[in-house]
Design a protein around this ligand. Structure first.
Ligand code: ZN
Length: 302
């Protein structure tokens, strides 16, 4: 009997969250921000941080999505291959970690293409998921970003984060997974607990550092199925971060880098335990798995 697609979509099971790691070399990024001429040199800790991350995920019995930064992938291709071999989804975090809205449309397309091709060369698989650096996509200044993602073969975006620290953001209508209007893309936002005028991004490890775990858990229950979680490899490592700046960095920038490092070291102390607490009461899946379920239209009964 003939079937026809209708508009009803499959829903994720209750207590299901989407887990991700933004795979980037913290040392490279902090050195570049500080103006260190040697910033492009691979950092000394990403291999150890990745090992720790993979061990923790393995102990929890979960697979997650790694949004791989292109330039970090080229510096550490063996780590990306190890992650993929462990069964995790490899997605894309752009190439140079430049905010979307500070690029032109052509620059963004080139950055995206470079990252996609790096990931394909390393893994042999085309990534279908994208996360913008610093959640910088939802801005009025970058209306060309979503069409560019579609042209590069992406199926979903995971860059919406309704956080008070993201200036000039366009507050999304919903913090649940949804098709992006006027596009073939789906959006998977970071879990943000909305209570009245309160916006608490309970999905990010950097926020877990100042939010008591029971509040994080309560917020995630309120967000519901499909909320997005994100971490970084450096947030799960027990070794403290040090920026290791070279000579040639000004005193002022050196001071700023150490301030940022201090904040990251505080966040680092609680991320693993908070993730364990979340995993104890939620099923954690990859974004790709969620997308496979949600983007499937249910055939009409005949
Ligand atoms: Zn990032």
């Amino acid at each position: 009997m003939a079937t026809a697609p209708n508009s009803s979509v499959v829903r994720l099971a209750e207590r299901t969250l989407l887990l991700s790691v933004d795979f980037e070399d913290w040392h490279q990024l902090v050195r570049r921000r500080a103006g260190d001429p040697g910033w492009a040199q691979p950092g000394p800790a990403l291999a150890r941080q990745t090992d720790v991350t993979l061990s923790l995920l393995d102990s929890l019995g979960v697979r997650c999505t790694f949004f791989v930064l292109g330039m970090s992938g080229r510096s550490h291709p063996e780590l990306v291959r190890t992650i993929a071999a462990a069964g995790h989804e490899i997605a894309c975090h752009g190439d140079q970690h430049l905010p979307v809205h500070v690029q032109t449309a052509d620059e963004f397309a080139a950055d995206l293409g470079a990252a996609r091709s790096t990931i394909e060369q390393i893994t042999g698989v085309q990534p279908v998921g994208y996360r913008a650096p610093a959640f910088s996509i939802l801005r009025a200044q970058a209306p060309w970003a979503y069409p560019a993602l579609v042209r590069e073969g992406f199926a979903y975006d995971a860059s919406e984060c309704d956080s008070f620290v993201i200036r000039d953001r366009i507050a999304p209508a919903t913090v649940s997974p949804h098709p992006i209007a006027g596009s073939d893309l789906w959006e998977y936002p970071v879990a943000v607990w909305r209570a009245g005028r309160l916006r608490l991004p309970v999905g990010g490890a950097s926020y877990w550092s100042f939010t008591p775990t029971p509040i994080v858990l309560r917020g995630l229950r309120q967000v519901g199925a499909g909320g997005g979680l994100y971490l970084h490899p450096h947030e799960l490592d027990s070794q403290p971060l040090r920026p290791m700046l070279g000579t040639g960095v000004t005193v002022a920038r050196r001071r700023q880098a150490w301030l940022r490092t201090g904040r990251r070291n505080v966040a680092r102390l609680r991320a693993a335990d908070t993730l364990r607490a979340i995993a104890a009461e939620h099923r954690l899946i990859t974004y790709g798995e969620a997308h496979a379920q949600l983007s499937t239209r249910v055939p009409a009964r005949t």
